[in-house]
Design a binder for this molecule. Structure first.
Ligand code: AMP
Length: 119
């Protein structure tokens, strides 16, 4: 079984979801929890994680319900609106697996903005 197919509850975002460790929450709904990245790479650096237990984008997109997928991406847009970067611009991305350097094996999107981002 590939590493990504088995969700490992021993990860920091699972603990944040369960309020076992704190996070600076920006937004929460039935599909997503968003909070600030602990090591910001730009003036604004938020994360949005799924409420469901998915290891990465591939796992989420293949296995989540259409309602979860739509709900999650709408939540990411909400986060951009709340952070006030919708007009100035921002970048969203997700690291998937070892070649991308994914550190936390719970699906999440990064949102960077608040300044001119390097290409
Ligand atoms: P990735 O490499 O895409 O898995 O990114 C994981 C991100 O989670 C990194 O940018 C970390 O800085 C961030 N991170 C790790 N632990 C925490 C935490 N306790 N609270 C907020 N962000 C975290």
């Amino acid at each position: 079984m590939a590493w990504r197919e088995m969700y490992n509850k021993n990860n920091v975002f699972y603990k944040i979801l369960r309020s076992e460790i704190p996070a600076e929450v920006i937004y929460e709904d039935d599909f997503a929890l968003s909070f600030y990245d602990i090591h910001p790479r730009s003036r604004v650096h938020a994360l949005a994680i799924t409420k469901g237990l998915y290891t990465d984008f591939g796992d989420f997109t293949a296995n989540a319900s259409p309602q979860e997928v739509v709900g999650f991406f709408k939540a990411v847009l909400q986060v951009a609106n709340i952070l006030g970067v919708s007009l100035t611009g921002y970048r969203i991305f997700s690291n998937i697996g070892s070649d991308a350097g994914q550190e936390v094996p719970h699906f999440h999107m990064h949102l960077l903005g608040g300044e001119k981002l390097s290409p």
